[in-house]
Structures are given as C-alpha cells and as structure tokens.
Design a protein around this ligand. Structure first.
Ligand code: NAD
Length: 272
C-alpha cells in the first residue's frame, strides 16, 4: 500500500527549542514521536529501559539531546532520569509519557505477577513520570503533559483485561491532573487504535493483518508518525485551549466498535 500522507513536516515553529521528554522512545510510537519533535527543532531526551535501543538512537536520531536508560515503573530510576534530564537540557516543557507493555492472555489466566507487571509500567510508570515533569512545569509556570492511552482504555477488548484497565486509568489520570493543574499545565492523552509498530507487526500472520485492516473503517493500521503528529499538535500553542482530553486516533474504530466486537476472526488467545 502506498503511504497516503507525506512524511512529517515541521509545522509548529513554537516547538523549536522546547525541552521534550519522550518515554519509550527507543521504539514504535515513541521513536516516531521523538523523531517528530527533533524535526520541529525541540531538544528531545528519550527515556527507555532498552539499552540497545537507546544506543541505536545515536545513528537513527542524531539530533537527540539525550538518551537516558530508565525503568518508568521504578520511582528511583525515574527520579534519577529526570535529574539527568535537568542536567542535559535544564528542565521539561513537554512530557510524552508513552512507554507501555501488553500481554495477550485470557482473563482467567492472568497471574497477580502479570497484573502487577502491566500496571507497574502502564499506570505507575505514567504517574511516576507525569508527577516528576508536572512538578517542574508548575515551578516554571507552564508545560504540557501528554500520555499514550489506547482505544483499549475506552471499550473492552478480550485477552487484554489488565492492559485495558491500565489504559482506562491513564485516561482518568489525564482528566484529574488536567483539573488540578489548569491553567498552568495542560494534560491530554491520545488513544491510538491499531498502529503498525514492529511489535504489532510481529503478532500477525499475513492473513490476520488483512482481516484486521478490513475491520478498521479507514482500511488500514495507523502509522506511528500519524500518532506523533497528534502529539506535536497537542504540545503546540495551537492546542492552547485543549486540556483534560483523551483523543482517539483510530481510523474510525470507536465509531462503531467494529474491530473489537469481531475479535473471533482475529484468532483465539493462546491455549491456557
Ligand atoms: N501499537 C499499537 O497498536 C498501540 C495501540 C494503542 C496504544 N499503544 C500504546 O503506545 C505505546 C507505545 O507502544 P508501541 O506499539 O510503540 O510499543 P513498542 O514496544 O514498539 O515501544 C515501547 C517502548 O517502551 C519501552 N518500555 C517498555 N517498558 C518500559 C519501562 N518499564 N521503562 C522504560 N521504557 C519501557 C520499550 O523498551 C520500547 O522502547 C504503549 O503505551 C502502548 O500501550 C500502542
């Protein structure tokens, strides 16, 4: 399929020089987001737990201001990482709290350890980074906190009960923070539907990909750079009146719940 959209263009001049922290920026949506903010002229620091992925950024994203190894689920690691961000760029104007994991399993098979693992990255991790960033933003008198939630935080999807609950938590964290921190800090989350990241691609057989695309109203997965474009807009001054939102970017998935209801054709969960 040919790409229907051009590659990201620098469209928000006010983002030039802004200090942007992207978690989970070594891969997928986070990488595309870091790439987009670098293209906008922002000073971007990526936080990720993947040492090899961070090392690869030196050649794939040479404009980065920093690549810091951190586990977002570990508060001490996050505190140390933000101290390093302070050292590298002198603070934070925009946070994109994006790092997340998912495990495909039946609800009846979820172990307490699985549950805690997903919650600790997807919800604790967003809290840890959002609080560190927001403290700096309140002290300096402004900033934008953005988070990656999911359409899975809006409607139920089988085999991802822990993930779905974590993303619903991110959406309510967004709204609650937005109320407390307005008008100094704007807080929004994005809710991607199906995004073609390397991890997502690896989960599909060719047949499953065709069937899933057929159920998405626009007929395809999102590209990571399309989600990055939404983050750039939300960070920009054009979004000055937007806060407390959880914005779907889903090719129409939530308009009818099509993809989530027809799950049986995507294939059963692994045998328990
Ligand atoms: N791909 C999709 O279809 C899709 C849809 C909706 C929401 N999302 C969400 O988008 C975000 C990014 O997903 P992706 O598809 O780009 O995944 P990905 O696996 O390509 O990237 C996730 C990145 O997060 C990092 N990470 C994971 N756990 C971490 C931790 N504890 N500390 C620091 N870094 C950690 C990984 O090393 C990786 O670089 C996630 O929050 C995911 O839930 C993805």
């Amino acid at each position: 399929m040919t790409d229907p959209l051009p590659q990201p263009l620098a469209r928000h001049p006010e983002l030039h020089g802004r200090r942007v922290v992207v978690t989970g920026g070594a891969s997928g949506i986070g990488f595309a987001t870091a790439e987009r903010f670098v293209a906008e002229g922002s000073r971007v620091v990526v936080l990720d737990r993947d040492a090899a992925g961070l090392a690869a950024l030196a050649s794939s994203l040479p404009g980065l201001a920093g690549a810091v190894q951190a586990d977002v689920s570990d508060r001490a690691s996050v505190d140390a990482a933000f101290a390093e961000v302070d050292r590298l760029v002198g603070g934070v104007d925009v946070l994109v709290a994006n790092a997340g994991i998912s495990i495909r399993h039946r609800f009846l098979d979820i172990t307490p350890e699985d549950w805690r693992k997903v919650m600790s990255v997807n919800l604790d991790g967003v809290f840890n980074c959002a609080q560190e960033a927001a403290r700096r933003m309140v002290a300096q008198g402004g900033g934008v906190v953005l988070m990656t939630a999911s359409t899975n935080g809006v409607v139920g999807h089988p085999f991802y009960a822990d993930y779905n609950a974590s993303k619903a938590g991110v959406i309510l964290l967004t709204r609650s923070m937005a109320l407390e921190l307005a008008p100094v800090v704007r807080v929004n989350s994005v809710c991607p539907g199906y995004v073609m990241t390397p991890m997502q691609q690896a989960e599909y057989t060719p047949q499953q990909l065709v069937e899933t695309d057929a159920k998405i109203p626009v007929g395809r997965h999102a590209r990571p750079d399309e989600v990055a474009s939404l983050f750039a807009f939300l960070a920009s001054d054009q979004a000055a009146y937007l806060t407390g939102l959880a914005i779907p970017i889903d090719g129409g998935e939530l308009a009818g719940g099509l993809a989530s209801r027809d799950w049986i054709r995507v294939g059963p969960a692994p045998a328990s």
